[in-house]
Design a protein around this ligand. Structure first.
Ligand code: ZN
Length: 305
């Protein structure tokens, strides 16, 4: 048995943000390559990995998030489904353990529509997994990838991603409701975080004084990009804008102490951010935090929170 064939206990983690329930669900991991980083040399990446005792052949963790608010259920991104690495596409295997199946989802909020975020929309036979959901994404994201004259065709390195994205979103064409800004789901506001893709969007969940920012792909490789926020990825559509957005969000969250959730942060994908010299560091979210305890008690007693 190879290391990638090991199975693990289902990966989900539940917390409350005020009255809103958030379930972090691990979709698995994707192979990656040190040469995917731009703006920082491979030698420096290797040094940062070595300092953190991190393997030299990185894998990219993928999380998705389920939000339950006012009787409705949203999925934030759809993972890789059965179409990418065999180590990915574990979303509903893991969500089942948390009691959630695809038919429970009424809305999908996309942070952006790269292949590792949209491929879970179609099953192995390319049928729709979510025939009844409303799909929400930034209008700029829809226009970049899906309009009749997609701007993505003009950029060499994203052209093949565009073909993939069109294949996975076309069956859902009548279900897409783009937004520009504002509240897009009860208690959830869209936050533009452009650069990785033109319409890359974070989702700020606010309830009863609690907050959580789901920041999508602001960080792909935590070991590198907290230390070197200027390190971009070869699949950023606009690497300079992505780096500027990353530094701005890291500054803001380091000042506010706001809890953040990321698609490629180590499971359960939650962290706070602190300053570390002129860079940043993660402050792992403490498992067993009061929010989680409240959530478990609510489940057992049926009293809500
Ligand atoms: Zn991603």
């Amino acid at each position: 048995m190879s290391r990638n064939e090991f199975s693990q206990v289902p990966g989900y983690y539940r917390l409350l943000v005020g009255d809103i329930e958030v379930i972090c669900v691990n979709d698995g991991s994707l192979s990656s390559d040190i040469n995917a980083v731009t703006g920082v040399s491979p030698e420096e990446c290797r040094k940062l990995f070595a300092e953190s005792f991190f393997p030299e052949e990185p894998r990219c963790t993928t999380n998705v998030f389920i939000i339950r608010s006012q009787g409705r259920t949203a999925l934030v991104d759809a993972g890789g489904g059965p179409h990418l690495d065999t180590t990915a596409g574990k979303l509903f295997e893991n969500a089942a353990a948390a009691g959630v199946s695809p038919k429970d989802i009424d809305t999908i909020l996309f942070t952006h529509i790269h292949p590792d975020h949209v491929s879970g929309l179609l099953d192995a036979d390319e049928g729709r997994v979510f025939p009844h959901v409303k799909i929400r994404m930034a209008r700029s994201e829809q226009l970049f990838w899906l309009s009749d004259e997609p701007a993505s065709k003009e950029i060499e390195h994203v052209r093949h991603e565009a073909e993939h994205v069109i294949r996975f979103l076309t069956p859902y064409a009548n279900q897409i409701e783009p937004f520009v800004e504002g509240e897009v789901f009860p208690g959830v506001t869209a936050v533009p975080l452009p650069g990785h893709t033109p319409g890359h969007t974070g989702y700020l969940i606010k309830s009863n004084g609690d907050e959580l920012l789901i920041w999508g792909d602001v960080v792909h490789w935590p070991i590198v990009q907290f230390r070197r926020p200027d390190a971009a990825m070869s699949y950023d559509v606009d690497p300079l804008q992505a780096a500027a957005t990353r530094r701005q969000v890291l500054e803001e969250t380091a000042s506010s102490g706001r809890l953040v959730a990321g698609m490629h942060l180590f499971f359960p994908g939650l962290t706070r951010v602190r300053r570390d010299g002129d860079a940043f560091a993660m402050v792992p979210y403490p498992w067993g935090h009061a929010d989680a305890i409240r959530s478990v008690q609510g489940q057992e007693t049926g009293t809500g929170k």
